[in-house]
Design a protein. Structure first.
Length: 122
């Protein structure tokens, strides 16, 4: 199979449950950042805002993962999820942890905003 060139093309190749979770994730991200852009980066769906990555997403047979985000939550908040070096894996057979995902997205948005504000001051 060739590498996907769009998020929709990527999603067409994943299990239905993963696609459902991604639609839930899209809703959360777009509510927090209406100007977000969806692209493929490193072969996976990526939400970008003002040229910065907001979240990377990957779908697998039994889980979906969000990458680069576990530094935005405490170990207690991530208990019960498989985490490895910037990766949080959420089982497909469990509901999306909406409050946790929202917190992760909002924390990353705050970092993007802080970086933009720091650049303006220089």
């Amino acid at each position: 199979m060739s590498k996907p060139t769009s998020v929709d093309e990527y999603l067409a190749s994943v299990p239905d449950e993963a696609r459902t979770r991604f639609e839930e994730l899209r809703r959360i991200v777009k509510a927090a950042a209406p100007d977000v852009v969806e692209v493929i980066s490193y072969g996976m769906p990526t939400f970008k805002l003002r040229g910065k990555w907001l979240a990377y997403f990957g779908a697998w047979q039994s889980h979906w993962g969000i990458y680069g985000m576990n530094g935005y939550a405490s170990p207690d908040e991530l208990a019960g999820y498989d985490t490895v070096k910037g990766t949080i894996r959420f089982p497909l057979n469990r509901p999306l942890p909406e409050a946790l995902v929202k917190k992760l997205v909002e924390a990353r948005l705050a970092d993007i905003d802080a970086t933009a504000t720091a650049r303006k001051r220089k």
